[in-house]
Design a protein around this ligand. Structure first.
Ligand code: TMP
Ligand code: ASP
Length: 236
């Protein structure tokens, strides 16, 4: 497969065209950002760890019946993915209260949420990813009613698969964000699943092992990502 022009550079990944119109190359860079790009840094090895972490998780999800864009690992920091027509919303499920939920509602961090909550956010850094609901998504034509239902169902299916996968390694999946797109019309999981886009706590100590280490200046960011990767069996 031949790598062609860079199509898009995000905050932590870059996207390249290939000679196959249905395939893209995702480059996981060492860059990290938080607070909608306000805080940025370069963290050595992060690109490699996240590339392999994402590949491992996407393959588990695919095996569990979630259609994903993942095709194959290409190099230490690159993967081949299907080219999706992206839906510009983020799907967030929370099992335990943390982050913006606590800020918005004034609830303490660490409360078990039963049932888990589901939220949509518009992908728009300039407006700090405002929360939207399914009526906004349909009214503005970002996705159809059927696609909205599929995104919700698939996001909860991911929860069933990954909550257990992490728990088996002594980790709590606190919350996570997914992005979907369409591949030949079918709603398909895109973007990434890495500790950059979820919260993971040690089940015994409740130590934070995800991007909150960067957001909160706790240090040991990539070390924590690597520790999680090893615990769930990602070959690094
Ligand atoms: P939040 O508590 O900031 O709303 O985030 C909930 C989860 O979604 C958390 O695991 C981080 C993830 N997330 C992203 O990865 N990118 C984003 O832009 C947002 C809003 C959340
Ligand atoms: N992913 C967003 C950013 O990089 C939000 C966050 O993770 O805090 O700014």
């Amino acid at each position: 497969m031949q790598k062609k022009d860079e199509l898009y550079a995000g905050k932590a990944k870059s996207v390249y065209a290939t000679d196959d119109p249905d395939r893209l190359i995702l480059l996981f860079r060492d860059d990290t950002s938080a607070f909608d790009g306000e805080k940025v840094a370069q963290l050595e090895h992060k690109g490699m760890v996240n590339n392999k972490f994402n590949a491992f998780i996407m393959q588990k999800l695919e095996a569990g019946g979630v259609p994903t864009h993942f095709d194959s690992l290409l190099s230490e920091q690159e993967s081949v993915v299907k080219r999706l027509d992206m839906i510009p919303v983020e799907c967030v499920v929370r099992n335990i209260s943390a982050g913006s939920l606590c800020r918005r509602l004034g609830v303490p961090e660490g409360k078990d949420l039963d049932p888990p909550t589901f939220e949509f956010f518009l992908k728009d850094d300039e407006r700090h990813d405002p929360m939207v609901n399914e009526y906004h998504i349909r009214a503005f034509g970002w996705a159809s009613e059927d696609e909205v239902e599929q995104m919700k169902a698939l996001t909860f299916k991911v929860n069933d698969i990954l909550k257990q996968l992490f728990l088996d390694a002594g980790l709590l999946l606190v919350d996570y964000k997914l992005e979907f797109g369409r591949f030949k019309g079918k709603v398909t999981l895109g973007d990434e699943f890495t500790p950059d886009g979820c919260r993971l706590w040690d089940a015994a100590t409740r130590d934070k092992l995800d991007k909150d280490r960067f957001r909160q200046g706790l240090g040991g960011v990539v070390e924590a990502y690597e520790a999680v990767a090893r615990r769930i069996g990602v070959p690094l």
